[in-house]
Design a protein around this ligand. Structure first.
Ligand code: MN
Length: 193
C-alpha cells in the first residue's frame, strides 16, 4: 500500500544521489504526526505534511503558515512523502529534485477534527486538524479551491490559539530540531565563533 502511495515521490528522485529517505518504514501510531519543512529551493516555501495511511500527505505553501485566521495562504498539494521524511533536514544536493536547504520548522502531533478518515476529508477537499506543535497550536484548515486541480487554501481557524498581531515565520525562524535557520543548515555557511 505504502509502496504505491510513494510512487511519484520515488520516480522524482535518485536515491544514490540524494540523502532524502527512500521510505521503507510503514509506521503507525496512536497519534498521527505533522511536520512543516522550510525549504529553500528555487523559491522559498514551506511544506506541510500530515501523516495518513502510513505516509505524509503533503502541501507546498509559498507564504507559509500564519496564526492569523484572516490570512488564507495558497497550498499546492504535492506528492506523498515517506513517513521518515519527518526526520529529514539538511541539504538536497544540486541536480536533485527540490535541490536546496531544508529545516524542520515545526513538528508535533495532530488530531483530525472531522468525524471521517483524513483520506476522505482530502478527497472531499476539506481538512480540519488540531496541531500540537512546538510553534503551531490549535485548529488549522485546508480547503480545496477551484483555481486548479491541486490548489488549496491553508489557514488558522478561529480559536483561542489564533494570534493576529504576530509574524511567526519572522519571530521563530529556527529548526525545532537543530536550532539552525534554513540559511545556516546550508553548505556555504561561514565559520562562526
Ligand atoms: Mn518543498
Amino acid at each position: 500500500m505504502t509502496k504505491n502511495l510513494l510512487k511519484t515521490y520515488r520516480t522524482k528522485r535518485k536515491f544514490s544521489k540524494t540523502t532524502e529517505p527512500k521510505g521503507t518504514v510503514d509506521k503507525k501510531h496512536d497519534e498521527p504526526i505533522f511536520v512543516i519543512h522550510e525549504h529553500k529551493a528555487r523559491s522559498l516555501h514551506y511544506d506541510l505534511r500530515l501523516e495518513d495511511e502510513g505516509v505524509l500527505k503533503s502541501w507546498a505553501i509559498p507564504k507559509g503558515p500564519s496564526t492569523d485566521p484572516h490570512e488564507k495562504h495558497l497550498a499546492i498539494m504535492t506528492e506523498n512523502h515517506p513517513y521518515e521524511y519527518a526526520d529529514f533536514e539538511g541539504i538536497i544536493e544540486e541536480g536533485n529534485y527540490g535541490a536546496g536547504n531544508v529545516i524542520i520548522w515545526d513538528r508535533g502531533t495532530f488530531r483530525n477534527l472531522k468525524d471521517r478518515p483524513l483520506k476522505d476529508c482530502i478527497k472531499e477537499g476539506t481538512v480540519a486538524v488540531w496541531l500540537n506543535g512546538k510553534k503551531l497550536h490549535g485548529g488549522y484548515a485546508l480547503v480545496r479551491t477551484h483555481f486548479s486541480k491541486n490548489s488549496w487554501l491553508f489557514f488558522k481557524m478561529k480559536d483561542a490559539e489564533a494570534e493576529v498581531d504576530h509574524n511567526i515565520l519572522k519571530e521563530m525562524p529556527k529548526s525545532v530540531i537543530s536550532g539552525k535557520t534554513v540559511e545556516e543548515i546550508g553548505p556555504k555557511k561561514k565559520a562562526r565563533r
